[in-house]
Design a protein around this ligand. Structure first.
Ligand SMILES: O=C(NCCc1nnc(-c2ccc3[nH]cnc3c2)[nH]1)c1cc(-c2ccc(F)cc2)cc(O)c1O
Ligand SMILES: [Mg+2]
Length: 214
């Protein structure tokens, strides 16, 4: 049977990256996506901006919405302090199966909890299931029409505290207009746009960093 693009991306990691070396996993995926097949990872350019925000926040608790193949999961988890935890939600079981293997190849499985299911179902259950009260950092990279409803849901569930940082991918391409309008106009957020490009292309895209003011 034909392989899928996530399966071919995993094969490229297993062929070209060193086990236990997250940077080599990131490099192998970027090489594959730039020279073989485009895939919807945050990519190297926006990835560097994400790295700088993660390093600045130095989070102990991280929520990622939208794992895909685990590229940003590996980027973020490789920067976390030893006691930190990253919970990543993936809706598509095929993506989740690939991401688990990519995260394991990077040797980061002890820092990462991959949860399969819909963000709408899982966000209200995180506190009781994982013993986490609030998140220091949230990376939004799932379905673009879910950014706003899930942000409101996180507020309602008390998962954000004064100073929690939201980083949203693709606010220009494919675009998340309702989310952008909300975080830029709400008095509860201080927002900043980091201009960049859609992964592996020349099209404009960017990350929106929004600090929850409580
Ligand atoms: O759709 C994207 N990403 C979403 C994948 C996903 N992986 N997991 C989920 C999930 C996870 C829990 C969920 N709970 C409820 N829905 C859920 C969806 N969604 C995406 C698309 C593009 C893109 C740009 C230009 C194009 F021409 C075509 C495509 C670029 C990107 O950087 C993206 O991130
Ligand atoms: Mg994205």
């Amino acid at each position: 049977t034909q392989s899928t693009r996530p399966q071919r991306l995993l094969s490229a990691v297993q062929k070209n990256a060193t086990r236990g070396n997250p940077r080599s996993v990131v490099r192998a995926i970027d090489e594959f996506c730039r020279h073989k097949e485009w895939a919807m990872n945050v990519g190297d350019e926006k990835g560097c901006i994400l790295d700088s925000i993660v390093s600045e926040v130095n989070p102990v608790t991280v929520l990622e919405l939208g794992t895909y193949c685990g590229y940003s999961t590996v980027r973020i988890a490789s920067l976390l302090p030893p006691n930190a935890k990253l919970i990543t939600l993936e809706f598509n079981p095929d993506f989740a199966a690939i991401a688990r293997q990519v995260i394991a190849w990077a040797g980061l499985q002890d820092k990462v909890q991959l949860v399969e299911g819909s963000s709408g179902d899982w966000i209200p259950k995180i506190q009781e299931q994982f013993g986490i009260n609030t998140f220091d950092l949230v990376f939004l990279d799932h379905w673009k029409d879910r950014y706003l409803p899930d942000t409101k849901l996180m507020e309602k569930c008390g998962l954000l505290r004064k100073g929690s940082v939201l980083v949203a991918d693709n606010v220009i391409c494919p675009g998340t207009p309702d989310y952008l309008e909300y975080v830029r106009s709400s008095p509860c957020y201080k927002s900043q746009y980091f201009i960049s490009h859609l992964e592996y292309t020349k099209a404009e895209d960017g990350l929106e960093k929004s600090v929850f003011l409580g």
